[in-house]
Design a protein around this ligand. Structure first.
Ligand SMILES: [Zn+2]
Length: 238
């Protein structure tokens, strides 16, 4: 399932605190929030406080939300005012786009889906900029902080980069579902489990009939079916 992309921009009146420099981005820096808040809540917290803490994008299991334009710097790398010199070491805050992956504190399925959404979104950004995977950095690369903590503690950084590379390939993960009447195929088990969980929860809440879950388990649910279910669930959910 794809994420929804939204923009909820920091007011320009807060640029002096949160986004003080103009920026020509050269890297993408990956973070884990170390929190269990949604992307919308992370962003509204960031926008509403007056701390020198900021980042461009937050990703959760449903949404990718951008809050700072990519031509403004943000405070997310712990390397201070640093440098804009691509050869300098301390440059994360000055020339990198900060992407926070939500729900990393407790992990679980919603974190897994958030991480997969980040993979897909970062792949899309790399393609837009014409960049290779070497442009993707972890927060740790800039100032040594143990971040993105969950990816690091599960020893999955290299695998995370590989997934982004795979997502950049045409016809593979970018648009895995070609037609609405195609049977759904999943390129990864986390995503499959997340979709099943999504359907099961809707069945448990009696928003949809259990036959949909049976169809999913039988491997006969099509992507068109799922789109229909998403609409029904969104309409019926309280
Ligand atoms: Zn970080």
């Amino acid at each position: 399932m794809a994420y929804t992309f939204k923009q909820n921009f920091l007011p320009a009146s807060k640029y002096s605190i949160k986004a003080p420099y103009t920026m020509v981005p050269k890297f993408i820096t990956v973070h884990n929030t170390a929190n269990d808040a949604s992307a919308a809540n992370e962003i509204s917290y960031m926008v509403n406080n007056n701390n020198q803490v900021s980042y461009h994008v937050a990703v959760d299991d449903r949404e990718v939300i951008q809050s700072i334009p990519f031509n403004r710097s943000a405070w997310h790398c712990g390397d201070g005012g640093g440098s804009t010199d691509p050869n300098a070491h301390k440059k994360g805050n000055r020339i990198s786009i900060g992407v926070e992956i939500c729900y990393s504190k407790s992990g679980g399925v919603r974190y897994g889906v958030a991480e997969e959404n980040a993979v897909q979104y970062i792949a899309k950004l790399l393609k837009q900029y014409g960049w290779g995977i070497e442009r993707v950095k972890k927060h740790q690369d800039w100032n040594g902080k143990y971040c993105p903590h969950r990816i690091l503690s599960e020893d999955r950084w290299n695998r995370f980069l590989k997934r982004i590379e795979e997502a950049m390939k045409p016809n593979e993960t970018e648009n895995p579902i070609e037609k609405d009447d195609d049977i759904m195929k999943f390129t990864n088990e986390t995503l499959k489990a997340a979709v099943r969980d999504y359907i099961k929860q809707a069945v448990d809440k009696k928003l949809i009939d259990k036959s949909h879950l049976e169809k999913f388990d039988a491997g006969t649910l099509t992507s068109g079916d799922l789109k229909g279910l998403e609409i029904i669930i969104a309409q019926r959910i309280k």
